[in-house]
Design a protein around this ligand. Structure first.
Ligand SMILES: [Zn+2]
Ligand SMILES: [Zn+2]
Length: 351
């Protein structure tokens, strides 16, 4: 089979690889589409060297059809459309013992710690596989993992149906939260970004979604004004690598400032720099900060809502390349990150 193989850090080569064989408890998937994630960029550059062994087929966001099944598997037949939850937790650590799997201290990912979905075929444990109705195109099914992160963030924040929400950052993760939050709450959602093009294309044009360009407007002031001085119930920080806007505090502190008393801030941005928070602003509000990592049981929610047409997958997709164009796709994502949200690799027509 052909695959986009990380042969050296910074270089994906489209080449032949041995056909994977499903183990006893595994299924073989013929990959149709895979998405490129921020973590894939880190893998590409060797930032996860302690976990990655070359040559590696990366890719943890993918969908395809079952091609073959291992002898102990029972749930799937060839031709079924599926996607894969790439997270493999250890089951032994303190977090795993209380069932809090996203916090596993030795969390492994298909596509980082072992071969993933940037090839024509991949063998994965049956337990990690979710059925997707054939009515959901594979191009959209490849986004289910990203959507599961948005639904997980909503559940971590305890988002209720009347909650006012603010989302700092409308990139891949912010957009996934926006679309999940639009399903979970009937109230106003504020989206804050520094890139007007991102705000415009954030999807779900809806009068109850307010876009704030933080370079021209003070987001906290706008949120208070439009909530009659109350503040938002929940704020999500999905900026990632801190973008400093002159005259504005860092995004986490802005989140704290924008919520009401006893509100919730949910942080997801994986920046490397410390995010200064003025603790008294948090304490006065007796507010809650919760973190959200990967997902935990939200694949079904994402699949159901995608099937029901309640998500806007096309607004997530900026470009599509054949699997053989992986190196080019990574180059573009690196050169012009502001112009691309989700870039998909198509493996069904790679030839
Ligand atoms: Zn990802
Ligand atoms: Zn664990």
């Amino acid at each position: 089979m052909r695959a986009a193989v990380l042969t050296e850090y910074g270089k994906l080569t489209w080449q032949d690889m041995p056909m994977p064989q499903p183990g006893l408890d595994e299924v073989l998937i013929r990959v149709e589409y895979a998405g490129i994630c921020g973590s894939d960029m880190h893998v590409f550059h060797g930032d996860f060297k302690s976990r990655t062994t070359l040559p590696l087929i990366p890719g943890h966001e993918f969908a395809g059809v079952i091609a073959d099944t291992g002898p102990n598997t029972t749930r799937f037949s060839p031709g079924d459309r599926v996607t894969v939850d790439p997270i493999l937790w250890c089951g032994q650590c303190a977090a795993c013992r209380i069932g809090h799997y996203p916090a596993c201290t030795s969390l492994k990912l298909i596509g980082i710690d072992m071969h993933g979905g940037f090839g024509e075929y991949v063998a994965v444990p049956e337990a990690s596989v979710y059925a997707v109705p054939l009515s959901v195109p594979a191009r959209h099914a490849a986004l289910i993992e990203v959507y599961s992160i948005g639904f997980h963030a909503c559940s971590r924040a305890g988002l209720g149906e009347n909650d006012t929400v603010v989302i700092w950052g409308t990139g891949r993760i912010g957009r996934s939260i926006l679309q999940a939050a639009r399903i979970k709450t009937k109230n106003t959602i504020f989206c804050v970004d520094v890139l007007p093009s991102r705000l415009e294309k954030a999807g779900l044009s809806d009068p109850d979604i307010v876009h704030i360009d933080s370079r021209n407007q003070d987001p906290v002031a706008v949120i208070y004004e439009l909530t009659d001085g109350r503040g938002a119930d929940v704020a999500f920080e999905a900026v990632g690598h801190a973008v400093s806007v002159p005259g504005r505090p860092d995004p986490v502190r802005c989140c704290v400032q924008s919520i009401r008393g006893a509100g919730t801030v949910c942080v997801l941005g994986l920046g490397d720099a410390p995010a200064p928070v003025l603790m008294k602003e948090l304490i006065w509000k007796e507010a809650r900060i919760v973190a959200s990592r990967v997902s935990h049981g939200e694949f079904s929610d994402a699949i159901q809502n995608l099937k029901d047409g309640r998500l806007d997958p096309e607004s997530m997709i900026s470009a599509e390349f054949p699997g053989s164009g992986a190196q080019k796709a990574f180059g573009l994502l690196e050169k012009e990150p502001e112009n691309y949200i989700k870039v998909l690799l198509n493996f069904s027509e790679s030839g």
